[in-house]
Design a binder for this molecule. Structure first.
Ligand code: NAD
Length: 259
């Protein structure tokens, strides 16, 4: 067993925006980024959850200032306001953006309603588009020489999943969107990558029946469901210069499920 080591300070003096930062994977990413020295703009529809996250973040670096922002990422008006508020608070755009906000509304295809299909696509796809575009526009306008945009896909977008036609479609779309952004934004020094978590223990998966979770845990070669910190570790790598030559990639964080 290796001894735990302190997180390196790969993100010192960086400003990171994390959507869905009030819960689960997003909260773990905020915590990891703060431990690596970043100032974190914690964004969530649920503002009290985002406030709770801010309270948990380390502030060991000079000028390391975290703040919570309430926004619905599926609204262009909210996203525009969000970017103005971040600019007013930090006087610079975030050079790291993680879009972790996402929702499920599960139902078998034969019973899936148009409303549930549209609702999931609106947050997971349109929201990812609006945040990606807004951060990229702000970075390009500021003349920044580098940026890292990380979008949360899912292994389900690659392999499908019972009861998740809308969610699987939305996560496959996130991959296509992010790869296109990677191609268009490379000339500005902005890298764009997708992370594909497998089954991670969070409030989102708490809705899944225990017997289904046990079944998936049994199928994972590494023998357990993922922890939000497993995903946060990969996001910290993608946010940092340790991944300087990686763009347009989809990195699976699944414990080996579906390899
Ligand atoms: P979660 O439900 O714990 O957290 C999601 C957060 O997003 C919540 O705080 C919620 O308030 C926020 N949110 C929802 N809609 C929003 C909106 N319109 N605007 C702003 N914020 C909004 O979920 P999680 O498990 O942490 O999932 C995070 C991301 O990872 C999601 O995109 C999810 O699809 C993806 N993912 C999760 C798993 C998993 O097993 N947990 C697997 C693969 C992918």
């Amino acid at each position: 067993m290796c001894a735990a080591v302190a997180a390196p300070l790969r993100l010192a003096s960086r400003l990171a925006l994390v959507t869905g930062g009030g819960s689960g994977i997003g909260r773990a990413i905020c915590q990891r980024f703060a431990r690596e020295g970043a100032a974190v703009a914690v964004v969530d529809l649920n503002d009290s959850a985002a406030q709770e996250t801010v309270k948990l973040l380390s502030r060991d670096q000079p000028g390391q200032e975290h703040a919570n922002f309430q926004a619905d990422i599926s609204s262009s008006e909210h996203v525009a306001n969000l970017m103005s508020q971040i600019q007013a608070q930090y006087s610079r755009p975030p050079c790291i953006s993680v879009n972790s906000a996402g929702i499920t509304q599960d139902e078998f295809l034969l019973r899936l309603t148009e409303e549930a299909f549209d609702a999931v696509l609106k947050v997971n796809v349109k929201g990812t588009f609006l945040i990606t575009q807004a951060v990229a526009q702000a970075l390009v306008a500021s003349g920044a020489s580098h940026g890292s945009i990380i979008n949360m896909g899912s292994i389900v977008g690659k392999v499908g999943n019972l009861g998740q036609a809308n969610y699987a479609a939305s996560k496959a779309a996130v991959e296509g969107l992010t790869k296109t952004a990677a191609k268009e934004l490379a000339k500005f020094g902005i890298r764009c990558n997708t992370v594909l978590p497998g089954f991670i223990a969070t409030p989102m998966t708490a809705k899944v029946p225990q017997k289904v979770l046990d079944k998936f845990a049994g199928m994972v070669p590494l023998g357990r469901l993922g922890d939000p910190s497993d995903v946060a570790d990969v996001c910290a790598f993608l946010a940092s210069e340790d991944s300087a030559y990686i763009t347009g990639a989809c990195i699976e964080v699944t414990g080996g499920l579906y390899m």
